[in-house]
Ligand binder design. Sequence first.
Ligand code: XBP
Ligand code: MG
Length: 248
Amino acid sequence: MPLNALIFDVDGTIAETERDGHRVAFNQAFAEAGLDWQWSVALYGKLLLVPGGKERIEHYWQQYQPQFKPPAPAAAWIAHLHQRKTLYYRDRVTQGLIPLRPGIKRLITEARAAGLRLAIATTSALPNAMALIERSLEPDWFEVIAAGDIVPQKKPAPDIYTYVLQQMQLAPEDCLVFEDSEPGLIAAHQAGLRTVVTVHNYTQTQDFSTAQLVLDHLGEPEQPMQVLQGQAVDTPYFTLETARSLFA
Ligand code: XBP
Ligand code: MG
């Protein structure tokens, strides 16, 4: 089966958005709302196991601040807090504080030149994904940008990947996914997709046993990648040849 499309997660995969992007924006929104909630770098690593910003806020409130009584209805209060967080996050992205990870633009450029189809599948809210893509890539390059609440269940449910496959009229065997986290990998795997994982500090100890390949990053000519799990053709950085070798 030939490789037809590449599907990219955003947070942690295209860029390391979490520690210096989303986390800081959550804290800014909490401070603005008069809350003394502070998500440290370490605590945020635990909270990341709950995908989705609104879901993460609710989880933190219930598990860490159970005495706190938000104004009713709580869902609307969380949605508003999350909206403010989104503004702070987008601001950081447009300021250029969130660079792309190694190899992302290079691989996407190579894929476009080869006529591969491209898509985005993220749990993050659409305005957040768009801010990053507009700043560092081009929205037009992606046939589908599937984000946030467009599907009923976020990762690790497979819904966002199933949605992308339906929109593109593609079978899972035709595509390769790029993810950075265990919930993301579970989502892609449950949708029947092959996945390359590029780890980072928050995800390096997670279980990636169902991934085709696990790397430290996609690499650049001057910045070779390290293979952490799996086998690929022996190239210093991830190319379409590497991708195709996973389909042999
Ligand atoms: C990303 C997320 C998101 C971001 C925050 O997961 O879980 O919730 O942390 O974005 P993935 P929002 O990379 O697996 O898609 O606040 O917009 O949800
Ligand atoms: Mg991710």
